[in-house]
Write a protein that binds this ligand. Structure first.
Ligand code: GFB
Length: 290
C-alpha cells in the first residue's frame, strides 16, 4: 500500500494488538479511528494445523472477526474489506468454483471449523451492509504463498512446507523426501502481492453484497507443485508420497470471472513467485524456521 502512495497505513501485529481481546480492539479503534479497514488477520495454517486445532481455528477467528467488525461499526468505519478463504465452498463444489456455490453443500472436514468461522464473517459483513447501509465488502482468496509465509514443518501450507523440505534435503545431501498425501489433489496458488493488489482494486472498484473470488483461475496437482519447488530449490533426489497423510479436498480452483470483469488480473507467475518465496526463506531462515 505504501508503494502505491498511501501514507497513513497502520497494521499492528498480534503482539501489539491481540484482536481476540474485545476491550483492546475497541480501545484501538477509539484512539486510531481508521477510515478504511482490511481484515486480513486470522489464525491460519495448513491442512494439519486446521485438522489438529479446530477449537482454536473456530474460536480465535470468530472472536477476531466479531471484535473487529463490531468496533468498525461502532466507530463508523466507512469502507471495510473482509478476507475469507476458498475453503468456505463445499468440498465437492462444481469447478471452477463460482461465488454462488457458497452454502450449497457440505464442507471439507479437515478445515470445516475455519470455514465456518469465515462464513460467519461473510454473513456479518452482509448483515452490516443490509442493516446499516455501509459499503463493506468481502473477498475469497485461494491458497496464498510468498515472502513472509509461515515455514513451520507441521503447520505451514503446502508450498512453504515443500520449500523448506526440499531446501533442507538439498543442503543435507538427502537422497529422498517424503511429502504428505497422494500428490493427486489439485490446488490453485496466488502470490500474496497479487492478493494485496486485488484488495486495493476491490476497495476502489467494488461495492456489492456478494463476495469476490481472488485467484489465478488455474491449478495444478500437488505432485506438479512439488516438481516445480524441487526445480527452483535445486533438489534432485527422489520424491515419495505418504498416502497415510491427509489429501484434503480433491480440487478447489476458483472462477475468477467476477474480479477479472472488474478489470483486475494476477501478475506473478507461479515459478517466479516460488523463486521469490524461496529467496525470502533462505534470507530469513533463522527466524522463519522457528
Ligand atoms: O496447503 P495445504 O496445507 O492445505 O495442503 P489445503 C494442500 C495439499 O498439499 C494437501 C498436500 O493435499 C496436502 O496433502 N501436501 C503435501 C502438503 N505435502 C505437504 C506438506 O508438507 N505440507 C502441507 N501443508 N501439505 C488449506 C486449509 O487446505 O487451505 C486452510 O487447511 C486454508 O484452512 C487453505 O483454507 C487455503 O489447501 O488442503
Amino acid at each position: 500500500m505504501e508503494r502505491e502512495g498511501f501514507t497513513d497505513v497502520v497494521g499492528p501485529c498480534s503482539a501489539q494488538l491481540d484482536l481476540r481481546e474485545r476491550r483492546a480492539v475497541l480501545d484501538w479503534f477509539a484512539s486510531t479511528r481508521p477510515d478504511v479497514v482490511v481484515l486480513a488477520a486470522a489464525r491460519v495454517g495448513g491442512i494439519k494445523a486446521n485438522a489438529a486445532r479446530p477449537t482454536e481455528f473456530l474460536s480465535d477467528n470468530l472472536r477476531i472477526q466479531v471484535n473487529v467488525l463490531d468496533a468498525a461499526l461502532e466507530h463508523g468505519v466507512e469502507r471495510l474489506l473482509f478476507l475469507g478463504s476458498s475453503c468456505v465452498y463445499p468440498k465437492f463444489a462444481d469447478q471452477p468454483i463460482r461465488e454462488e456455490a457458497l452454502l450449497t453443500g457440505a464442507l471439507e472436514p479437515t478445515n470445516d471449523a475455519y470455514a465456518i468461522a469465515k462464513i460467519a464473517g461473510l454473513l456479518h459483513v452482509q448483515a452490516v451492509r443490509r442493516q446499516h447501509g455501509l459499503p463493506w465488502i468481502s473477498a475469497m482468496p485461494t491458497n496464498l504463498y510468498g515472502p513472509g509465509d509461515n515455514f513451520h514443518p507441521e503447520h505451514s501450507h503446502v508450498l512453504a512446507s515443500l520449500i523448506r523440505r526440499f531446501h533442507e534435503a538439498r543442503t543435507a545431501g538427502a537422497r529422498r523426501v517424503v511429502n504428505w498425501g497422494t500428490g493427486t489433489p489439485r490446488r490453485e496458488f496466488l502470490h500474496v502481492d497479487d492478493l494485496a493488489r486485488a484488495c486495493l482494486y476491490l476497495l476502489e472498484h467494488y461495492d456489492a453484497d456478494g463476495s469476490v473470488n481472488v485467484g489465478t483461475g488455474t491449478d495444478l496437482t500437488i505432485r506438479e507443485a512439488a516438481e516445480l519447488v524441487a526445480e527452483v530449490v535445486g533438489y534432485q533426489g527422489a520424491v515419495e508420497w505418504d498416502a497415510a497423510q491427509p489429501d484434503g479436498t480433491p480440487r478447489k480452483v476458483l472462477d475468477i470471472s467476477r474480479i477479472t470483469t472488474l478489470g483486475w488480473a494476477p501478475r506473478i507467475g507461479l515459478r517466479e513467485g516460488i523463486a521469490e518465496a524461496y529467496a525470502w526463506y533462505v534470507e530469513h531462515r533463522a527466524s522463519a524456521a522457528l
